[in-house]
Design a protein around this ligand. Sequence first.
Ligand SMILES: O=C(COP(=O)(O)O)N(O)CCCCOP(=O)(O)O
Ligand SMILES: [Ca+2]
Ligand code: NA
Ligand SMILES: [Zn+2]
Length: 283
Amino acid sequence: MLVTGIEILKKAHKEGYAVGAFNTSNLEITQAIVEAAEETKSPVIIQVSEGGLKYAGIETISSIVRTMAEKASVPVALHLDHGTDFNTVMKCLRNGWTSVMMDASKLPLEENIKVTKTVVEIAHGMGVSVEAEIGKIGGTEDNITVDEREAAMTDPEEALKFAKETGIDYLAIAIGTAHGPYKGEPKLDFDRLKKIKEMLNIPLVLHGASGVPEEAIKKAVSLGINKINIDTDIRQAFARRLRELIEKDSEVYDPRKILGPCKDAMKEVIKQKMILFGAAGKA
Ligand SMILES: O=C(COP(=O)(O)O)N(O)CCCCOP(=O)(O)O
Ligand SMILES: [Ca+2]
Ligand code: NA
Ligand SMILES: [Zn+2]
């Protein structure tokens, strides 16, 4: 069934597990996510980035996700990932999203607070929950030095002020992860996570979780992470299976014979994440 993000994350926060938030931009990825959730009896958040909206069309990807979510036997939320443009966030609210991220983390704190507070008031008026970001979760491609990444990490005091003044439902924090594939091993600042959780006591979001070792993920969940964003690992599972298929049979030409197996490969990766995060069996 289609539910709001906070309905899923409030339970995860209370019971101490995390829910996967997986990016989609088409039919097969959406199928992989929903089938994985059904097979592991996990609640799940299906999210679309601004790039995904452009690729699929906002009404089209909303229809695909909402149709499958409403038929699902597990709780499913439709989330806007990294909504950086206020009007895009509004368009998603008009198109049936049940959770939105207003990502104004690039703005100075006071401006981030202002725009996020406005989104919270509008979204809550529509029964939709809101994620925001404090600190900068960059990409592994960003050529920033280690201590620049350190400086970009979320400051607990700022996070408390931000959460209080905006009324957000869940907060994305920067504790050492990055979007995209990692070159070396990411080092997560668990003390910082512990402190932020104790001070805010709301569901927390880990971005850039593809490529983070399983032990680190488990530790982050035990310290209060409740939503974990995964995209790169799904893309790589898709591409691996695609290459295998073409190598095995260079004559295959039916998209269903190519995309179907790729869907299954993505589904397997997603199921493992749901088990690792502790969401399996929680639906
Ligand atoms: O935190 C994450 C996932 O990070 P990951 O790369 O570790 O999976 N995300 O928020 C997913 C980011 C998706 C970006 O999509 P576009 O390419 O359309 O901009
Ligand atoms: Ca990553
Ligand atoms: Na997000
Ligand atoms: Zn992210």
